[in-house]
Design a protein around this ligand. Structure first.
Ligand SMILES: Nc1nc2c(c(=O)[nH]1)N(C=O)[C@@H](CNc1ccc(C(=O)N[C@@H](CCC(=O)O)C(=O)O)cc1)CN2
Ligand SMILES: Nc1ncnc2c1ncn2[C@@H]1O[C@H](COP(=O)(O)OP(=O)(O)OP(=O)(O)O)[C@@H](O)[C@H]1O
Length: 182
């Protein structure tokens, strides 16, 4: 049993590494100056290495704070992991000061979280509607990173659902919609 779990852990780590490689080698990553990304929960694909890589490459990182009363997200610039506190659902959030607010049109790419995705880029999240609201007036690139096992041919859609443009799994980099990545 222990060996089985260890093997699985190692396999997941390898898949995570493959996902990072697909992302870091992509043109959209290379061209992005400011990237919006969530601070992962323990069961999600770890986004901390993505943030570190972005900083190493001189990119700007923006992370969301959740306002559950209004179902809103606001993104703040993050320069240091020390500037985080636990917030909604125990997820790490930026310590907010107005000067660090990053408006959505500043971000060249947002890495959108989710539980399940379909081949058209539609997603099922945790049901808060936070991202669907936030993305309603965001026009730049939306990317999802996920394990191949989270990808299904089709999932039900609602009128307010907003699909991502690019799906990245351990197996492939898949452009759902043509994005301007010159
Ligand atoms: N890392 C991360 N940050 C994020 C999100 C996310 O999906 N991942 N969000 C994406 O929008 C927003 C937060 N939304 C969330 C909404 C609900 C739950 C949650 O745990 N809800 C239930 C379980 C629901 C279920 O599994 O059916 C709970 O309270 O236990 C977590 C985050 C903003 N930040
Ligand atoms: N653009 C929007 N404007 C107003 N209400 C919205 C919008 N998008 C979603 N909602 C509301 O939010 C609720 C939750 O949406 P949904 O089930 O799609 O969340 P989700 O995609 O799973 O969560 P998240 O976006 O936080 O990952 C919906 O019932 C809907 O009423």
């Amino acid at each position: 049993m222990i060996n089985y779990l260890r093997h699985n852990q190692a396999a997941l780590k390898k898949r995570e590494q493959d996902i990072y490689q697909h992302l870091f080698q992509s043109t959209i990553w290379k061209n992005a100056r400011t990237i919006g990304v969530t601070l992962s929960m323990p069961h999600e694909i770890n986004t901390y290495p993505i943030i570190e890589q972005a900083w190493q490459e001189g990119k700007y990182i923006a992370v969301p704070k959740t306002f559950p009363e209004t179902h809103q997200l606001k993104f703040y610039r993050l320069q240091n992991f020390n500037d985080l506190r636990r917030g909604f659902k125990n997820i790490y959030e930026p310590i907010c000061t107005d000067s660090k607010i990053i408006s959505s049109n500043i971000m060249d790419m947002i890495i959108v979280p989710g539980l399940v995705y379909d081949y058209s880029g539609y997603r099922i999240g945790y049901g808060g509607g936070f991202f669907d609201r936030y993305l309603a007036d965001y026009t730049n690139i939306k990317v999802a990173i996920l394990y191949q096992a989270q990808l299904k041919p089709a999932i039900p859609r609602d009128s307010f659902d907003i699909p991502v443009d690019i799906l990245i799994t351990e197996k492939k980099y898949c452009c759902v919609k043509k994005v301007n990545d010159d």
